[in-house]
Ligand binder design. Structure first.
Ligand SMILES: *Cc1c(COP(=O)(O)O)cnc(C)c1O
Length: 358
C-alpha cells in the first residue's frame, strides 16, 4: 500500500488525475493541442481573478520565478523575505546578476504593508518579489493590503508566488492590481510536479519587451507570442496539461467559494488539534496560512520517530520542518483534495502516535 503525503508539497494526487494523464499523446503543434491549451484558459483566469493570459511552463515554479525577475528587472529588485522560499528569491536574483536588496523579516512573521511602503519609497526599485503563502513557516502575508501599497508605485512591477495558496484562498489579480502571479502544480492544485502557471499583465509584458537578454526558455515575450496561437514556446509536459484540464473542471464544479470554505474548515480542524495537543503555532496569529499549518515543536517531540511510526503503521507522512527550522517545527498540509474524513483520519493517527512517543 502506498504512503499518503500530508507534507506541503508534493501532495497526494487522485486516481482521477492519474487517469487524465494517461490519455494518448498529441503533437504540441496540432489542433488537438491548441484545443487543450485553450480549454484551460477561462477556468484558470477565473481562478487567478484575471483577464490576462495564463502561460503554462514545463518547469517547477522556480523556473518562472527566476525567469520573471530576469525578464523584468532593469534597476533593482526588492525581495520581500520571511522564510525559506522568499529568502531564496534574493539568492536567485543575485545569481542572475541582478541588483537585489532584502526586505527581511524574522521567520514566522509576515511582510507588513508599512515595511514594504518604506522600502519602496526610496525609489530605487523597479521589481518586487513576494511570496503570498510562505510554505516553510506557514505564514500568509496580507496580499490585498500589500497590493494597495504596490499601487502607489506605478514603476514597480510586482511578482507574486502563490505556489501553496493558489486555488485554496481567493485570488483577485486584476482587482488587486498585481502584475505577475506564478504558481506550481504539486502544491494546492494536487497535480504531480513539473508544471508551473504564470499570468502576466500588459504592463509587465511591455517592460519585458524593452529588455535585452531575457534568455529563451523563460522569455515572457516568447510565452505571449505562442499563447496567441494556443501553444507554448517549446514542447510542454502534455500529460500534466491533461491533468490540469481535469483539475480545472473539478475546481469549477466544486465552485471556488466552496473550495475556499473547505480549505478554511480543514485548516481550522488542524488548528484545533494543535491547541488541544498542547503545541504552539510557528506563524504569528492573524497571518496563518489556510492551506497548511506550521506547528512549533513546543513539546520537543522526536519528529523522525513520529514520522516513522506514522509511515510504517498508518501509511501517512507529515513534514518534519523545513530548512533552518527542521526539528523545531513540523508542517501539516490540508491542501488539494483533502476532506473532513481524510483530515480526521490523519489527526487521529497523529494523536495515537504521540501517545506512544511522548
Ligand atoms: C514549493 C514552493 C516553491 C518552489 O517550488 P518548486 O516546485 O520546487 O520550484 C516556491 N515557492 C513556494 C511558496 C513553495 O511552496
Amino acid at each position: 500500500m502506498s504512503v499518503k503525503l500530508f507534507i506541503p508539497g508534493p501532495i497526494a494526487v487522485s486516481e482521477k488525475t492519474y487517469k487524465a494523464m494517461a490519455r494518448p499523446m498529441i503533437g504540441h503543434r496540432s489542433p488537438d493541442f491548441v484545443e487543450l491549451y485553450k480549454s484551460v484558459q477561462p477556468g484558470l483566469q477565473q481562478m487567478f481573478g484575471t483577464k490576462n493570459p495564463v502561460y503554462l511552463s514545463t518547469s517547477s515554479a522556480w523556473g518562472v520565478m527566476e525567469g520573471s525577475v530576469n525578464n523584468l528587472c532593469r534597476k533593482k529588485v526588492l525581495n520581500c523575505m520571511c522564510g525559506a522560499f522568499s529568502d531564496k528569491w534574493n539568492d536567485v536574483s543575485l545569481r542572475n546578476g541582478l541588483e537585489a536588496e532584502k526586505l527581511q523579516v524574522e521567520w514566522g512573521k509576515p511582510i507588513r504593508p508599512e515595511a514594504l511602503d518604506q522600502a519602496l519609497s526610496s525609489g530605487e526599485f523597479d521589481v518586487v518579489t513576494l511570496v503570498h503563502n510562505e510554505t516553510s513557516t506557514g505564514v500568509m502575508s496580507p496580499l490585498p493590503q500589500l497590493a494597495e501599497v504596490l499601487n502607489k508605485y506605478p514603476d514597480v512591477i510586482s511578482v507574486v508566488d502563490t505556489v501553496s495558496s493558489f486555488s485554496a484562498v481567493p485570488m483577485l489579480k486584476d482587482d488587486w492590481g498585481i502584475d505577475v502571479i506564478v504558481t506550481g502544480s504539486q502544491k494546492a492544485l494536487a497535480l504531480p510536479p513539473g508544471l508551473s502557471l504564470m499570468t502576466v499583465s500588459d504592463r509587465a509584458l511591455n517592460r519585458a519587451d524593452q529588455m535585452n537578454n531575457r534568455g529563451y526558455y523563460f522569455d515572457l515575450i516568447e510565452f505571449q507570442k505562442n499563447h496567441e496561437k494556443g501553444m507554448t514556446p517549446s514542447t510542454p509536459n502534455i500529460p500534466l496539461i491533461y491533468a490540469l484540464q481535469e483539475k480545472v473542471e473539478e475546481v469549477l464544479k466544486e465552485g471556488l467559494e466552496n473550495r475556499y470554505k473547505r480549505h478554511e474548515s480543514l485548516n481550522a480542524m488542524v488548528h484545533e488539534w494543535v491547541k488541544s495537543n498542547g503545541f504552539n503555532f510557528f506563524a504569528e496569529e492573524g497571518f496563518r496560512s489556510k492551506s497548511l499549518t506550521c506547528v512549533a515543536n513546543s513539546r520537543a517531540i522526536d519528529l523522525p520517530a513520529l514520522n516513522k511510526i506514522l509511515k510504517e503503521e498508518f501509511k501517512m507522512v507529515i513534514d518534519g520542518g523545513y530548512g533552518k527550522i527542521k526539528g523545531k517545527s513540523f508542517r501539516i498540509s490540508n491542501m488539494g483534495d483533502e476532506n473532513e474524513q481524510t483530515m480526521t483520519e490523519l489527526l487521529n493517527n497523529l494523536t495515537a502516535v504521540l501517545a506512544r512517543i511522548a
